[in-house]
Design a protein around this ligand. Structure first.
Ligand code: HEM
Length: 187
């Protein structure tokens, strides 16, 4: 996991955290939310796999292993509120991204199911806190982190696609990247 692409991705991770202004207050908010959100983890995880079970392309990938996946999902959920968003967090999230790349899952399913997490976490927080401003502030921190998670998963897909093209064509990675960046003529 120490290829050229991963190094670039780690840098992108750092820049994106800065770009979205993910800072100390967000870390504080996330850690404070932990006990509140844990109360809803099981329900959120159960619904997550219920949705994935409804569509044949996702259902076939989780069939027969839902209980095991619910376990890894619970760990993922807990880490959102654990307060460590360092390079170790990035490495862990990168590995999760690659797990999805490996099974041949189209990335738009990941994008779509993240939406379920966003919605359910907002509902959970609104149930736990009476103060609308506090809900908005805390949920904003969680949204930033969920977006970071998704960004890392997308980077791992991107990395895999570039690596495949490089391996398959024998072309240099930089050349492929340059081809991707060539501006398109207007139709
Ligand atoms: C927000 C989006 C998602 C999150 C946070 C998530 C989380 C996780 C985590 C933490 C793992 C364990 C990875 C590891 O072994 O270290 C995993 C694996 C897995 N996920 Fe997801 N997942 C997401 C989307 C999906 C979707 C859309 C599917 C579609 C079926 C899916 C199916 C799987 C499968 C089959 C595995 C096992 C991969 C393997 O065999 O190694 N996940 N997921």
């Amino acid at each position: 996991m120490s290829g050229e692409g991963t190094q670039d991705s780690a840098q992108i991770f750092a820049t994106m955290k800065e770009f979205i202004d993910f800072g100390e207050q967000d870390v504080k908010n996330l850690v404070e939310m932990a006990p509140l959100m844990q109360k809803h983890q099981q329900r959120i995880t159960d619904y997550f796999y219920e949705v994935l079970g409804k569509y044949p392309p996702t259902a076939k990938l989780i069939e027969g292993r839902i209980d095991q996946l619910k376990g890894t999902h619970a760990v993922w959920f807990g880490e959102l509120f654990a307060g460590d968003y360092s390079d170790a967090y990035f490495e862990g999230r990168w590995r999760i991204g690659m797990a999805h790349v490996r099974i041949g899952l189209d990335p738009y399913w990941v994008e779509a199911v993240m939406s379920v997490i966003r919605t359910m976490s907002l509902e959970a927080l609104a149930q736990e806190l009476d103060d609308a401003a506090a809900v908005a502030q805390k949920h904003a921190s969680l949204l930033k982190l969920l977006d970071i998670d998704l960004l890392i998963i997308n980077l791992s897909y991107q990395e895999d696609r570039l690596a495949r093209l490089t391996d398959f064509t024998g072309m240099k990675r930089k050349l492929i990247e340059n081809i991707i960046r060539i501006p398109k003529k207007k139709d």
